[in-house]
Design a protein around this ligand. Sequence first.
Ligand SMILES: [Zn+2]
Length: 282
Amino acid sequence: MAFDVLKSKNPTAFAVGFSLAENTNFKGISKHSGVFNNEMPDTIVIHYTASGSAESAINTLSNPNVKASAHIIVDWDGSITQLIPFNKIAWHAGRSTWNGRTGLNKFSIGIEIVNPGHLKKVGQQYQSWFGKFYPEEEVMAAIHRNESKERYWHVFKEEQIKAVKEVCELLIDKYGIKEILGHEEIAPRRKTDPGPAFPLDKFRDTIFNNRKESNSDTEEISKGIVTANELNIRENPTVASNKVNSPLPQGTEVTILEKNGNWLFISTKVKGWVNSNYIEKV
Ligand SMILES: [Zn+2]
């Protein structure tokens, strides 16, 4: 039924949003406010659907009488349905404020994760606002960041968090997204989603720190100097491959373009692969 970004192995078509692959579950509803302004979107807003299934969330968000929409809905199993292309403004944030901006819809992509939200304990079970009961193993007790008392919340599935992470990473690559926020942070008096069951702080720290580390790795290795008396430079990252030129003399300055195991693809007067043991990073 739904397009699964993890199974498809074709995340680019999905992330682009303007030219979705044939196999995406794209409903293309018209509940949006047109195309984002230049440089936007730069933010992702995470929500829960406050529903028991993707189907009911999709029905609600597709209903022309309901003034709400979102770009994608992530089902319990991590599968994804897209309602609005990523280049268009959806209606998920409502009245909202963050860092001096108001009305976050025009700056952000909205991701809805299927989850009933907070639950009320009734006997040995836990009941959602729409009446459905959930067993204890699907529930956690936690204090919401905007509240002071512990309440019960439905846990998110690992598959959902994994799918959301993958989508966020794609959107960061495609749009240069700078911030991932919860609806509860941009509308704290009205909204509790995604709530304490979603590990929002850890989630965004991991995503942005990982990227910083991999970026600084590249910067760190961008320049180097040959330390061997003579260093062979080859067509491919293997000793069996042909030499592209006479060996590089000691002290040659190189620009490192790529790393592959113990080999570096470097550029000097020529380009080729060299053994990384004989390059000192500068
Ligand atoms: Zn929300």
